[in-house]
Ligand binder design. Structure first.
Ligand code: 3HC
Length: 324
């Protein structure tokens, strides 16, 4: 066991007090700042899982790029999927400032050690699913990410500002696609309804378990990594989405949705938490397929990484030659 001497203990206590004061004063924690090891690990966990969600999230939508119903829809979808790749890259880069490499994060994803949003383990069966993902999945993501613009880790908060702007466009294009279907032929309207019914519940699960079951919430809230609780964010999403369903003229996906005058919120039915657990633990309909595809794509990209390493090596050699 490592023995810490009294001077080191005092210095550490001082650093901890400084760190806690910064958090209390709403100052950001920056990469070079001292931080408790548990804070660093927790931010890496959340940020890397967030990055993985952006990257794996490209798959269900990418599935429809070649089959989008018009050139306009195809161009929109293509740029949306590219945006998600960009979000993944900002987040991997920001996470690297905490002392973990991107290849370590990828390894954790591929081995199943790191999670990613469960929603992406469901298939996209029809074109309406693409609309429903933009509207509901990106919609749920924004509700959470707006609060994360105030997260205590500086690089994460700053990445969220840009990501939120793009997610907002994603949400609107999804809603517009759903609106076109909901006001189209009876078959198109049915397709929109079916997508809403299937995507609704997994979208609610995106906010994570109930607060009482959330392993990380109390520490993450105390350190201001998370600013709003899982249940409060979920309620906010329900409250803002129900009127949108009404505008679409679709049936509610949950018969228990009802305005509660006393609470000033919509009541809704209970989520199937058993399904949530199964999906986050690897047994969702597409978990195997998503990781298999990620591994294959990563393998195919090896030549790019090899070229980057060779270029870097050449630069070092050149610098050494000039210095000699
Ligand atoms: N999917 C998969 N796993 C989930 C989950 C979900 N929807 N919700 C919770 N979990 C996992 C947690 O990661 C944790 O597992 P771990 O200990 O192995 O990491 C466990 O369930 C317990 O949950 P907690 O409530 O204790 O976890 P958190 O405090 O981390 O809260 C969270 C969960 C609200 C998702 C939080 O991590 C968070 O805000 N993350 C950042 C936002 C994010 O990841 N968004 C991804 C959305 S998708 C996206 O942005 C792509 C875009 O294209 C739409």
């Amino acid at each position: 066991m490592q023995v810490i001497n009294k001077d080191d203990q005092a210095a550490m206590a001082q650093e901890l007090a400084k760190f806690e004061q910064k958090i209390a004063d709403e100052q950001k924690i920056e990469p070079g700042d001292w931080m408790p090891e548990a804070y660093r690990k927790n931010v890496i966990r959340q940020m890397s899982q967030h990055a993985h969600s952006e990257i794996i999230g490209m798959q269900p939508e990418g599935n429809w790029i070649t089959r989008a119903p018009s050139l306009r829809r195809k161009a929109i979808l293509l740029s949306k999927v590219q945006d998600e790749a960009g979000h993944g890259l900002y987040l991997y880069s920001s996470t690297e400032t905490l002392g973990i490499s991107r290849s370590q994060m990828i390894e954790a994803l591929q081995s199943g050690e790191a999670k990613y949003a469960q929603i992406f383990n469901y298939p996209t069966l029809t074109w309406a699913d693409v609309g429903a993902i933009g509207w509901l999945v990106d919609g749920a993501a924004i509700v959470n990410q707006i609060s994360l613009q105030r997260t205590s880790y500086g690089p994460y908060a700053r990445a969220m500002v840009r990501i939120c702007k793009e997610e907002s466009f994603h949400q609107r294009q999804g809603y517009e696609a759903m609106y076109a279907l909901a006001h189209g032929t009876p078959v198109q309207k049915q397709m929109a309804q079916d997508a809403l019914d299937r995507v609704w519940w997994p979208s609610l699960m995106m906010f994570g378990p109930h607060d009482s079951e959330s392993a990380h919430s109390s520490q993450s809230m105390a350190w201001k990594i998370k600013r709003v609780s899982n249940d409060d964010l979920r309620q906010k999403f329900i409250d803002q989405t129900v009127p949108q369903i009404e505008v679409l003229g679709l049936e509610m996906p949950d018969p228990e949705i009802k305005w509660n005058e006393e609470r000033g919120h919509y009541d809704s039915g209970e989520i199937n938490w058993q399904e949530f657990k199964e999906v986050i633990n690897g047994s969702g309909p597409c978990n195997f397929q998503r990781i298999k595809h990620h591994k294959a794509a990563h393998q195919e990209g090896e030549w790019v990484r090899e070229a980057v390493r060779a270029y870097k090596q050449k630069q070092i050699e050149k610098q050494n030659e000039t210095a000699a």
